[in-house]
Design a protein around this ligand. Structure first.
Ligand code: UD2
Ligand code: MN
Length: 352
C-alpha cells in the first residue's frame, strides 16, 4: 500500500536533490568561465572613435578593450578549423597612434607577449587564417622605432586574423646599409621556418593608422603605405612601391626578389617596381582613405647616405633582373635570436 506522507517526503527529497544538482552545474559553469578569461587576456588598443575619414585635432578617442580570440593552447586541437571570414570581425578602423611615449620592449612584451608564440608568431585560434604571412623588417640601430612598431603592429595583425611571424633582419657591422638585400634574406630565412605564402616587407618606422588596411597578399604585388603623414597623406608617385609592400611567394620568385646591389639610400624600391612591370604584373593599392600611415620622425642614418649610383641602376632593371636577386644572394647569418615579439636574424651582407 502507498503511504501518502511517504510519497510527499520522497517527492520533496527528489526536488531538493535536483535543485542541488542545478546549483552545482551553475557553479561549475561560472568557474569555467572565469578560467577562460584567464586564458584569454584582453589587449587594450587605443582607437579613434569616429568614422570620419580625415583626422582632426579635436578627434576624440577611447581605449577599447577587445577580447582577442587568442590562445595558442587552443590551437593544439586536432579538429580542422573553418576558414577565417573574409572580413575580420574585430577590426576597429582608425587608430590613435603616437610616438611621444617612450615604450620599452618590456612594456610591449607585457602588453602583447602572452598572446604570441616565441619568435613573434601568431595564428588565430578559432579559424584557419586565409594567409600565412612573414613580416620582414630591415633593421639596424633603430631600437626605439622597433618598440613602437611592435607595440602597434602586433594587435593590428592579430585582429586581421593572420597566421604570421615577424622577422627583424639586422644588418651586422657598420658597412653601407642594404635594405633590399635584407629583404631577400628575410624571404629566404623565414621560409626555412614555415611555409609562408605571403611576404610583407615593411620599414621599421611605418605604423598603419587604420586596421582595415589588411596585411594580405593579392593577385598582384600590393603597395600598402599609400598615404603617409610625412608627405601630407599624398602618394608621391603612381610608381611608388617603398615603405610597406606585399608579394606572394610566387610573385617574389617571379621577379627574382630585390636586387642585391643597391648600397646606401634610394632606388631599390623603384627597381622592384620595374621588375614587377618587366615580368608582366601590375601593382594594387588599398583606398588612400584607409591605407594611412605615420612615419616615426628620423634623420638620415649613418652609413645609409644617398647613393647616386642607385638612381642610374634603376634604369637598368631589365639587364639585371635575371642575374641579380634571389638567385645570386650571398650572406652569412651571424645570430638568430628568438624574442617573444620577433625573430631577430643578424646577418653579414658583405658590404663592399
Ligand atoms: C624611403 C622608403 C623606403 C626605402 C628608402 C630608400 C617610403 C615610405 N619609404 O624611406 O622604403 O625605399 O626610402 O632606401 O617610400 N633602416 C634601418 N637602419 C638604418 C637605415 C635604414 O633600420 O640605419 C631601415 C629601417 O627599416 C628604415 C628603412 O630601412 O625604415 C628605410 O630607411 P629610411 O627610413 O631611412 O628611408 P626613408 O624614410 O627615406
Ligand atoms: Mn623612414
Amino acid at each position: 500500500m502507498f503511504n501518502i506522507r511517504d510519497m510527499k517526503e520522497k517527492i520533496s527529497s527528489v526536488l531538493a536533490l535536483s535543485a542541488l544538482f542545478t546549483l552545482t552545474c551553475f557553479a561549475v559553469f561560472l568557474l569555467h568561465d572565469k578560467d577562460t578569461s584567464l586564458v584569454f587576456p584582453s589587449v587594450p588598443q587605443q582607437v579613434v572613435k569616429s568614422n570620419r575619414s580625415v583626422f582632426g585635432a579635436m578627434m576624440d578617442h577611447v581605449w577599447v578593450t577587445k577580447t582577442p580570440d587568442v590562445s595558442m593552447e587552443t590551437t593544439a586541437t586536432s579538429e580542422p578549423l573553418d576558414p577565417c571570414p573574409d572580413t575580420p570581425p574585430s577590426l576597429v578602423g582608425p587608430l590613435l597612434v603616437e610616438f611621444e611615449t617612450k615604450r620599452s620592449l618590456e612594456l610591449v612584451r607585457k602588453q602583447v607577449g602572452s598572446l604570441l608564440q616565441q619568435g613573434g608568431r601568431y595564428r588565430p585560434p578559432n579559424c584557419t587564417a586565409r594567409q600565412k604571412v612573414a613580416v620582414i623588417v630591415p633593421f639596424r640601430n633603430r631600437s626605439q622605432h622597433l618598440n613602437h612598431w611592435l607595440y602597434y603592429l602586433h594587435p593590428v595583425l592579430m585582429r586581421q586574423q593572420l597566421d604570421y611571424g615577424v622577422y627583424v633582419i639586422n644588418q651586422d657591422g657598420d658597412g653601407a646599409f642594404n635594405r633590399a638585400k635584407l629583404m631577400n634574406i628575410g624571404f629566404n630565412e623565414s621560409l626555412k621556418e614555415y611555409d609562408y605564402d605571403c611576404f610583407a616587407f615593411s620599414d621599421v618606422d611605418l605604423v598603419p593608422i587604420d586596421d582595415r588596411n589588411l596585411y594580405r597578399c593579392s593577385d598582384h604585388p600590393r603597395h600598402l603605405s599609400v598615404a603617409i603623414d610625412k608627405f601630407n597623406y599624398i602618394l608621391s608617385s603612381k610608381t611608388a612601391f617603398g615603405g610597406v609592400s606585399l608579394l606572394t611567394q610566387q610573385q617574389f620568385l617571379k621577379v627574382n626578389g630585390f636586387s642585391n646591389t643597391f648600397w646606401g639610400w634610394g632606388g631599390e624600391d623603384d627597381d622592384l617596381y620595374n621588375r614587377i612591370i618587366h615580368r608582366g604584373m601590375s601593382i594594387t593599392r588599398p583606398d588612400a582613405q584607409i591605407a594611412k600611415y605615420k612615419m616615426i620622425k628620423h634623420g638620415r642614418d649613418l652609413h645609409n647616405e644617398v647613393n647616386p649610383e642607385n638612381a642610374v641602376k634603376t634604369q637598368k632593371t631589365a639587364e639585371n633582373i635575371d642575374t641579380d636577386g634571389l638567385n645570386s644572394l650571398n650572406f652569412t647569418v651571424k645570430e638568430i635570436m628568438k624574442d617573444v615579439l620577433y625573430t631577430l636574424i643578424s646577418v653579414d651582407v658583405r658590404s663592399p
